[in-house]
Design a protein around this ligand. Structure first.
Ligand code: ADP
Ligand code: ADP
Ligand code: MG
Length: 457
């Protein structure tokens, strides 16, 4: 294989994950770190590390010039972007390739086409994949927005074409709200993504979020089954499962086969995820977006298939063909991931960037904790509050939920407020156990006071 040294253009738990994958392939690693990340676990684990600038992400992890220059100086021959930051920037891919380095992910052209939501909708339609009814392209003025909304009917969703992480999205119930929220969403998208492009979709009532993990080598593509991520707060995933037990076998086959077709149609290379909304009543799917990168919740697909997705994407970037055929990939049991964030769930999930004073991690068969914390580590206030992902694998969904409950009892992070109490409550909740959930389920559940603070004894 041609890749010998990978520059990791990211931080946190995904940087640690990439180092583990590279070690398994005997590839050297160079970890990028900002001034705020000198004590980060990935810096300690990588073979080498390079400072890339101030703690503020715009001046370090998001600065294409600085990142590419650091990669060149480090002598790396490939760059892994992780998720977030520059992972879906076609300009970053071009800069990496112009410097003669390999970008571990799809081509700039494919990111232009599938990373932009409006463009991805067109690509999906061209491949006969249904999308949520909505505007054909970008909305350029109020009259156009009103016309589309009247055509599809309220409520409508105003979405940023460059959006991610649940930002730049608004729901309008009527024309007045449509006009008001369009300018708000545009400002938010411009600030967050540097692109104020908006489009409109019908707001689907209480859908489930289902997504398909794919792997492709530019010619061939395969899927690693689906995940369900319907437990969300502010349109961000909180609790994720593989597979989606609400689907029957025929529906699952159709969904996964369609995702593979779409990946092939665009000449996709690497690991990617196609996201859909699922309307259970009519048993229909609507494509919403493609994430052209490794995703936070890739771990649960690894657990049920036994495939190391990060190693696969590195091998493919190095020029290898897919090492698996679809028929080789079997689904074994059920896996659940919960996102452990340094946030106070009893105070509107306020970020809590404290110091880890003690740490106890559960172990045992079918339990995995992907993270980047250690005793004495100070969580940075500059970045995303995700500090770890607790993952369990069991023969079926009910056993996986029980295992999650048990694993959560063994996870203790002293000194911080975290989302652990939320997950403990979810793992015991009747609706979760029954699988009776959708993307608008968690917020009313929280508002109804279902999460209660335990008195310290
Ligand atoms: P992001 O890029 O921020 O992840 P997505 O398009 O994937 O944006 O949407 C994030 C979430 O917002 C979805 O998982 C779902 O809960 C909700 N959502 C998005 N589009 C719609 C829609 N048309 N109707 C209802 N909910 C939606
Ligand atoms: P995923 O399923 O991989 O989490 P999302 O669309 O939910 O995909 O998130 C996209 C990326 O945006 C994630 O990698 C995450 O790190 C980043 N992200 C999510 N929320 C925020 C946020 N509040 N601020 C900055 N980045 C965020
Ligand atoms: Mg999404």
């Amino acid at each position: 294989m041609s890749i010998k040294k990978i520059f990791i253009a990211n931080r946190g738990e995904i940087a640690v994950r990439i180092i583990k994958a590279a070690k398994g392939l005997n590839i050297e690693t160079v970890q990028a770190y900002s001034d705020g990340d000198k004590e980060m676990m990935a810096v300690k684990l990588a073979d080498h590390s390079v400072n890339v600038g101030p703690a503020k992400a715009a001046d370090s992890y998001l600065n294409i010039n600085k990142m590419v220059n650091a990669a060149i100086i480090s002598g790396a021959d490939a760059v892994h972007p992780g998720y977030g930051f520059l992972a879906e920037s076609a300009d970053f891919v071009r800069a990496v390739e112009d410097a003669g380095l390999i970008f571990i992910g799809p081509s700039a052209e494919v990111i232009d086409r599938m990373g932009d939501k409006v463009a991805a909708r067109s690509a999906a339609l061209a491949a006969n994949v249904p999308v949520v009814p909505g505007s054909k392209g970008l909305i350029t003025n109020n009259d156009e927005a009103i016309e589309v909304a009247n055509e599809i009917g309220y409520p409508v969703m105003i979405k940023a074409t460059a959006g991610g992480g649940g930002r730049g999205i608004r729901v309008a119930d009527n024309q007045e709200e449509l006009i008001k929220y369009t300018s708000q969403a545009r400002a938010e998208a411009e600030a967050a993504f540097g692109d104020g492009g908006l489009y409109i979709e019908k707001a689907i009532k209480n859908p489930r979020h289902i997504e398909v993990q794919i792997l492709a080598d530019g010619t061939d593509a395969i899927h690693c089954f689906e995940r369900e991520c319907s437990v969300q707060r502010r349109r961000q995933k909180v609790w994720e499962e593989a597979g989606a037990d609400c689907l029957d076998e025929a529906t699952r086959d159709k969904l996964c086969a369609g995702a593979v077709e779409l990946a092939k149609a665009v000449g996709y290379k690497g690991a990617g995820t196609l996201e859909y909304l699922y309307d259970e009543k009519s048993n229909s799917f609507y494509f919403i977006e493609m994430n052209t990168r490794i995703q936070v919740e890739h771990t649960i697909s690894e657990m049920i298939t036994g495939i190391d997705l990060v190693q696969e994407m590195i091998k493919i970037a190095g020029g290898a063909k897919l090492s698996y055929k679809q028929a080789d990939i079997r689904r074994d049991g059920h896996a659940i991931e919960v996102r452990i964030n340094a946030e106070n769930p009893f105070m509107q999930f306020l970020p809590f960037p404290g110091k880890v004073v003690s740490l106890q991690i559960p172990t045992g068969e079918g339990i995995r904790f992907d993270h980047f914390i250690y005793e004495g580590y100070q969580i940075s206030p500059f970045y995303d509050s995700l500090i770890g992902k607790l993952i369990v694998h069991a023969p079926d969904r009910a056993a996986a939920i029980d295992k999650m409950s048990e694993a959560l009892q063994g996870l203790e992070i002293g000194g911080l407020k975290t989302t652990i109490p939320l997950h403990k409550a979810l793992a015991k909740d009747a609706a979760i156990k029954a699988g009776d959930i959708h993307t608008q389920w968690l917020e009313p559940w929280l508002d109804a006071g279902n999460l209660k603070e335990e008195k310290a004894s």
